[in-house]
Ligand binder design. Sequence first.
Ligand code: F6R
Ligand code: MG
Ligand code: MG
Length: 371
Amino acid sequence: MAEKITVSIIKADVGGWPGHALVHPELKVIARNELEKAKGKDIIDYYVSNCGDDLELIMTHRKGADNEDIHRLAWDTFIAATEKAKELKLYGAGQDLLSDAFSGNVKGMGPGVAELEFTERKAEPLVAFFMDKTEPGAFNLPIYKMFADPFNTIGLVIDPSATQGYTFEVWDIKEHKRVFMDCPEEMYALLALIGAKSRYVIKRVYPREGGKLPADEPVSAISTEKLYEIAGDYVGKDDPVALVRAQSGLPALGEVLEPFAFPHLVSGWMRGSHNGPIMPVAQSNAKCTRFDGPPRVVALGFQIANGRLVGPVDLFDDPGFDNARDLAKDVADYMRRHGPFEPHRLPLEDMEYTTMPKVLNKLKDRFQPVE
Ligand code: F6R
Ligand code: MG
Ligand code: MG
């Protein structure tokens, strides 16, 4: 039995440069130094990146998901980067570190986490996605398309090792409950949930029995941490990350990327309070400067070789995504012309998780009964 490998992305915004635009390069140097010290000990390999103001740590190891050593390594790395962010007076230094002391797992402490433990195949292609200026539910539409929509993934129709479909693990992030749903049979019910992306979020995808891959090893994982829920107050956006394995019984690399040719509307732009198109960009363009956005997604591709990260390839650095970017620019213009009006501004229920309650509170004594 081959040894299992775990790939972990742990991310946090520990300071923006300037404002909420980018991660300062010195923070990435610090992160690389910290992870280099752990290489060959707790971790096999690592890659440090950013999407906008989010510092992204990709680590491979043999310790499984939710491992204390790995989470502590990420936490200590964010603490070290925060010290530099404070020295440079970066914006919101340490903003996603919502607790003073590490207690075994970064979950519930601010950072976002996506982890996959699996038996490494003969060839193991993996894509790491990072988003900025949006929320975990922004992955619902693309993940659904990859693993359930035959108009996106032709493999669901013509690859005998994929026709049995996939199982989706969906979290109700308000009630803190989860449900497993099989596709294609439960596709309509699945869409009833995940179309409401601010509440029902795809957490993991599993192969089904009868396919090429073990049904108990997830093939995709998405971070679902909600900062508002942790902090109890608006402290910024829960910019999500995801991992997706590809090929040989799974969606092909091109089927994994194809959903992003449509820049769908997501929430989280400007003050976490606006809907806007998610723009697929090369890593060098992952900086959010127009109205603090528009929201971005970056895709880095790797082959995994005994835990070694062979890559990355900057997958949206491709003219094939130019039309998506052009459409995103037009949609951004169109949405912006609504200014403070819905549906550019989020509906009132979602504004509850921003600074809006404070504005309403200021007005509360001014309201009088209508005759
Ligand atoms: C941050 C974000 C930004 C900020 C905005 C205001 O994730 O989306 O749009 O909300 O720049 O930031 P403050 O209130 O810190 O001035
Ligand atoms: Mg920020
Ligand atoms: Mg961010």
